[in-house]
Design a protein around this ligand. Structure first.
Ligand SMILES: [Ca+2]
Ligand SMILES: [Ca+2]
Ligand SMILES: [Ca+2]
Length: 523
């Protein structure tokens, strides 16, 4: 795994790579002014598109044409947002259920497929290509992320002193190892040579597209939904990249996950430490509070965890990851996550790297949308160890119940019709760019298959999770193996010898008592 925070997606990779299906492993809207709660209003009836008002004071974003919404379910009540500063008027959006992305730079307008172009010298590109093929460095968790000077074009606009560097983790290794025409993932920086450099208000554009995201939409779908329900996630949309005049590939384009993004989601409490993977300081880099972080990692029981973790917001974040079937987050892999220090309340979890979500599990495993929202590691093709804090929380009856309630809360914000509308609109938006992408790994047929699975997960995952909540709350729940424990609390409902309360049998490699630890308490 390398250093912590370098989240190695060994999860499904081993098995999938073994059968050499050549499959890689995968890898809103709090307006600044008014962090909206999850919309509790009418369903996704074609309302106003992204409103122009941008509380940051800059001109608002033109609302994109939305798809005509069908009547939606009544949403759950939203949490009140805090007041923001008034922005100047923006242009009026057109009608439809346009995904509001207010608070986002216009570059990230969801209604537009952007095209970014870079010019890079042959010499610099050769250097970057050599870094790209240095898989050993990536495997050693020391990828060479050198910035290379480029000239950047966007429409008629040009930035002469931009720079690019490579990004990625397992997806970087896999594309180099397996693909005849491997695809770099990159960061375009406007602030590398001029620290104050910004383009349309952004310091960097992050181009993300793991080969395992066959729908090309996972990161966008996840970021947008997280922003809508008040969880910190970057603005994002899709973008074509041209390199030296030729179409290089299609990406999800994202803004930076940094102190600026933190200030959007934690107005009034934006000065906290942000740790990637609970290890690497992303804010307050000069002097993060290491003593508190040490206390966090030393917390091994629920009392100690409650002292240093804000559990109410944490279980909501885990439940949101569960909702989108995240196979590579903290939930779903103990892999990618951020910790944010709220201060007196303690740390809270935040999502990170959400491209292995929605249909990924359905496409690449037998678990489909029915990945268990507590025991997500059971049935995986490779060994998966849930996180230290997660296991303690799930083994505490009070907090397990709070987690189940959190799943109910987040599913209450799930608007199936609206999410499906997004899939329709965005897949149509990128279809040509997918077909023309010279470095895509999925075929066009694979793209369409992924879209079908994406729609299936959007439709059926919430229904499955509602049955989980009902079971947790004592309203029925099947007990397939007849061991007296219903499926929602039974890590192996196909094995009567395995259930909470069963004796832990040493040396059998099984977590007999469903406490998240295999052969624990054994000599
Ligand atoms: Ca059972
Ligand atoms: Ca055990
Ligand atoms: Ca055992």
């Amino acid at each position: 795994m390398g250093r912590r925070g370098f989240s190695w997606r060994y999860c499904e990779c081993a098995a999938v790579a073994a059968i050499i299906v050549m499959v890689g492993c995968g890898g809103s809207d709090p307006t600044i002014g008014e962090v909206i709660g999850p919309s509790g209003a009418a369903g996704s009836t074609g309302g106003t598109g992204a409103a122009g008002a941008d509380p940051s004071g800059t001109a608002g974003v033109t609302g994109s044409a939305g798809v005509t919404g069908t009547a939606g379910d009544t949403g759950a009540a939203g949490t009140p947002g805090s007041a923001g500063t008034t922005g100047s008027a923006g242009t009026t959006g057109t009608g439809g259920s346009g995904v509001a992305q207010s608070g986002c730079a216009d570059l990230f307008d969801p209604g537009v497929l952007q095209t970014y172009s870079i010019e890079i010298s042959a010499d610099e590109f050769a250097k970057m290509d050599a870094e790209f093929h240095d898989v050993q460095a990536v495997l050693a968790a020391m990828p060479r992320e050198t910035y290379h000077p480029v000239t950047f074009h966007f429409g008629s606009e040009t930035v002469g002193d931009a720079a690019v560097r490579l990004k990625g983790q397992s997806s970087w290794v896999e594309t180099v190892m397996f693909d005849p025409n491997p695809k770099m993932q990159m960061v375009i920086a406007f602030d590398q040579f001029d620290p104050h450099g910004r383009f349309h208000g952004v310091d960097k554009i992050h181009l993300d597209m793991p080969r395992s995201d066959w729908s090309f939409l996972n990161e966008r779908m996840a970021n947008t939904w997280f922003r809508e329900i008040g969880l910190m996630a970057p603005c994002s949309n899709s973008a074509r990249l041209n390199v030296n005049g030729a179409y290089y590939g299609l990406y999800t384009a994202e803004e930076s996950k940094d102190a600026t993004l933190v200030s959007t989601f934690f107005p009034g409490n934006a000065g906290g430490d942000l740790f990637k993977g609970g290890v690497d300081a992303e804010t307050n880099k000069a002097a993060p509070n290491w003593a508190r972080l040490k206390q966090f990692w030393a917390a091994k029981d629920i009392a100690a965890i409650a002292q240093i973790v804000d559990l109410p917001s944490t279980v909501l974040e885990w439940a949101a990851e569960a909702a989108i079937n995240d196979a590579d987050g903290y939930y779903g892999g103990s892999h990618n996550f951020y910790l944010y220090d709220l201060g007196a309340a303690g740390y809270t979890w935040l999502p990170s790297d959400v491209d292995t979500t929605f249909e990924w599990t359905e496409l690449f495993s037998h678990l489909s949308f029915k990945q268990h929202p507590i025991y997500w590691w059971e049935g995986q093709s490779g060994p998966q160890t849930p996180g230290q804090h997660y296991v303690v929380v799930m083994n505490d009856p009070t907090w397990r119940a709070r987690y189940a309630q959190a799943v109910a809360t987040q599913i209450g914000k799930w608007n199936t019709a609206e999410l499906l509308g997004r899939v329709d609109a965005w897949s149509a938006q990128i279809a040509t760019a997918v077909a023309e992408d010279p470095r895509k790994w999925a075929t066009t047929a694979g793209f369409n298959m992924a879209l079908a699975d994406l729609r299936d997960v959007i439709t059926n995952r919430p229904i499955y999770l509602q049955s989980f909540v009902a079971c947790e709350q004592g309203q029925g729940g099947e007990d397939k193996d007849g061991d007296g424990v219903a499926w929602c609390n039974d890590c192996r409902d196909d094995n009567a010898a395995v259930h909470p309360g069963a004796p832990e049998i040493c040396g059998n490699g099984i977590d007999d008592d469903c406490n998240g630890a295999v052969d624990d308490g054994c000599p």
